[in-house]
Design a protein. Structure first.
Length: 381
């Protein structure tokens, strides 16, 4: 760790969702190892140079129950109303965050893209704001009813029904306004034999009881061993439930495939582990990521799901036969072996990139050096 005036103090502000918080924590730990000191919003002490500052979520100010948990959005009957209040609440913590930054004389603000006002806060304090966005560059495309995504390898076709609602919204809503502001703020910002199948749809997607039965029957018919990771509130018995050490499962030599909802964190984890995928997108940018996995990289097979369903609510049921076919293609035969070869190569490339002297490692070094120059220039005035 560095000491004295050359030490960087960085503040992290994640969106209150697992996929955003876990990834931002990983980034923070990586920076801590490299000698930067951080303050991280809403995480536990991790044994490094971390300080934790909490800000009260403004539930009552926007009409949400006090002590409300964001998980309630996913399963509520009045989902649209709750989401609108949630997005509105994200615009309110600007003043308390500004106060924390002023009190602690921080050198950089790393804020989730869902806090577009963070760029203005950083500019007011004359410190850099780095934007955290947990999606792939591949997923930054949009178009008409049926369209060919330009300037990408392969012939990547998408339909309007696979786009997130805010991208095809004709009338501006709280979320489409937030998304537009997020883009604008980014522009202002500083710069063994693998025989088992693991099945996980993340922390937000809710599957119907009928779909859970079809998954179970399809996996059974595929004649492949499997591990199914479920939410605590899902009603099938005798499957892994709640939080599990997913990376330990993926890294185990017996895991030869993964059924995934295609969120970007999931895609990166599977590639780094060298595991090919059965793709089953539901909402957000997941349909884009499926195209990357199946058509561009050639390391996955889709179950054939075509229609966006926010959080899986109201999703069409995929049949056990379609599930069985996709699983067998990914797990057994020459096609599976070729996918396994490709993903192993990609995994090795990823590990080299983040290893000492790799491209990502070098970019992180350059970023730290640039932040230090910015700090020195600011303090010299």
């Amino acid at each position: 760790m560095e000491s004295g005036s050359n030490q960087l103090r960085i503040f992290f502000l994640p969106l209150m969702a697992q996929g955003h918080m876990i990834t931002m924590m990983d980034i923070a730990k990586t920076l801590a190892i490299r000698g930067a000191r951080k303050q991280i919003e809403r995480i536990n002490q991790l044994g490094l140079e971390f300080n934790v500052r909490t800000v009260k979520f403004p539930s009552s100010e926007v009409g949400l129950p006090e002590g409300w948990n964001s998980d309630a959005i996913t399963w509520s009957q009045n989902q649209a109303e709750l989401l609108g209040k949630f997005w509105k609440a994200l615009s309110l913590p600007q003043e308390p965050i500004l106060q924390i930054l002023e009190e602690n004389r921080l050198d950089c603000l790393v804020a989730d893209l869902f806090f577009p006002w963070a760029s203005d806060v950083a500019a007011q304090l004359k410190i850099p704001r780095l934007v955290f966005g947990g999606t792939s560059f591949f997923a930054t495309c949009s178009g008409g009813e049926n369209f060919l995504v330009p300037h990408l390898p392969g012939e990547i076709k998408l339909t309007r029904n696979q786009l997130s609602h805010y991208l095809r919204q004709e009338v501006e809503t709280d979320f489409s306004k937030l998304a537009r502001e997020a883009v604008e703020s980014e522009q202002k910002s500083y710069g063994s034999s693998p025989t088992r199948l693991s099945v996980c749809f993340g922390s937000l997607t809710k599957l119907s009881s009928k779909q859970l039965v079809e998954i179970a029957k399809g996996l059974e018919a595929s004649q492949q061993d499997f591990i199914r990771i479920m939410r605590k509130d899902e009603d099938e018995k005798d499957w892994a439930r709640g939080w599990v050490p997913q990376m330990l499962i993926l890294d185990h030599e017996s895991v030869g495939g993964f059924v995934t909802h295609c969120r970007w964190n999931s895609i990166l984890e599977r590639i780094c582990a060298g595991v090919q995928m059965v793709t089953w997108p539901m909402f957000a940018e997941e349909f884009y990521n499926e195209k990357l996995v199946s058509q561009v990289l050639g390391i996955g097979i889709g179950v054939g799901y075509k229609q966006l369903a926010e959080f899986g609510i109201g999703a069409d049921v995929v049949s056990r036969d379609d599930i069985k076919k996709a699983v067998r293609r990914v797990m057994a035969g020459e096609e599976a072996e070729e996918m396994r070869r490709r993903v192993k190569v990609l995994g090795e490339m990823a590990r080299k990139a983040v290893g000492e002297g790799g491209s990502s490692d070098s970019d992180l070094t350059l970023l730290i050096e640039e932040l230090k120059r910015h700090k020195a220039a600011r303090e010299s005035k």
